[in-house]
Design a binder for this molecule. Sequence first.
Ligand code: NAI
Length: 317
Amino acid sequence: MQDLTGKVAFITGGANGIGFGMARAFLAEGMKVVIADRNEDYLAKARAALLGNNAVHFVRADVADRANLKAAADEALAAFGKIHVLCNNAGINGGGTADDPRFEAFDRVMSVNFGGVLNGTKLIVPIIKAQGEGGHVVCTSSMAGVVPLPGLAAYSASKYAVRGYAESLRMQLAPHGIGVSCLCPGATRTGMLHPPEDEPEKDFHEAEASEFQQALWQAAREGIDPLETGRMVADAIKANRFWAFTNREFLDEVIRLNREMEAAFPDQLPPPGRLKFETMRAEVSRDLLMAGNRRKTDQGGEDSMLEFGDTGAVGEK
Ligand code: NAI
């Protein structure tokens, strides 16, 4: 989608932080924006900040509640007639460590961070497909979905899940002219990551905090402005770029991780059947991502390009 003017975006978690940054960046591109959020206070603040702007519509929606999200999508259509860009952005922190025996917090994080992406996609992508005008889906993962973070197992697992889902979605939607981007922010100054002075009512003593905590606060102070993140997302949509990385400081770690993976592969060469299959599979994936593969879809029917059955066979149905 090279020109966003007049297009409609539906942003979950759009009333604060990165979602609100996207909303403002998209409005500056001449888009219409539906801000869907669970938090009434954030919605009220966002409404006040954009007072008088007719290109924005606000709706209360919990991404973990499918009926609720479906009603919000219907309301968006009633307001603007179409949806072209879906931003699955709502997310929460926490959820516990890998060896925490409790389930509840883990389930909650998965249901919002990953479940919200799943629900948004399953409910809204069919609308975008049916319009036949192309579109774009942005899934907000995190650098926590690319590099491991100590102590944040639930959050990390949810964000790796978002990333994996987005990578597959990208291949399924390319033949429909619908792009997918995976947004992986690092420190961004939002409701989720903020220095203590953003909460003046709380009594804090920075000098008594651990060095790690102090460093985290400083990173929050130097976090990316969410509006800047929103602009990067708009650029990724226009360029149809999958990866949307915002924080340069992770690059060396990503390189190191990839090298560690490369070094862990066995030397033994694969037998020809396995090699043939994996070469075919990689080619099918590449084809799906290339412009011009719409022709094959037209011949084979919807979603016929890549189906792995129980037999592991690849091909058109
Ligand atoms: P934020 O807390 O400022 O904004 C999150 C928004 O999502 C809020 O408006 C909140 O009300 C909404 N929300 C939460 N649960 C919801 C639900 N169940 N249904 C609908 N809306 C819901 O936080 P931020 O930072 O803007 O988070 C946005 C996304 O960015 C999240 O997915 C987060 O995991 C991700 N992220 C943020 C980073 C940061 O440094 N702030 C870093 C990496 C990823």
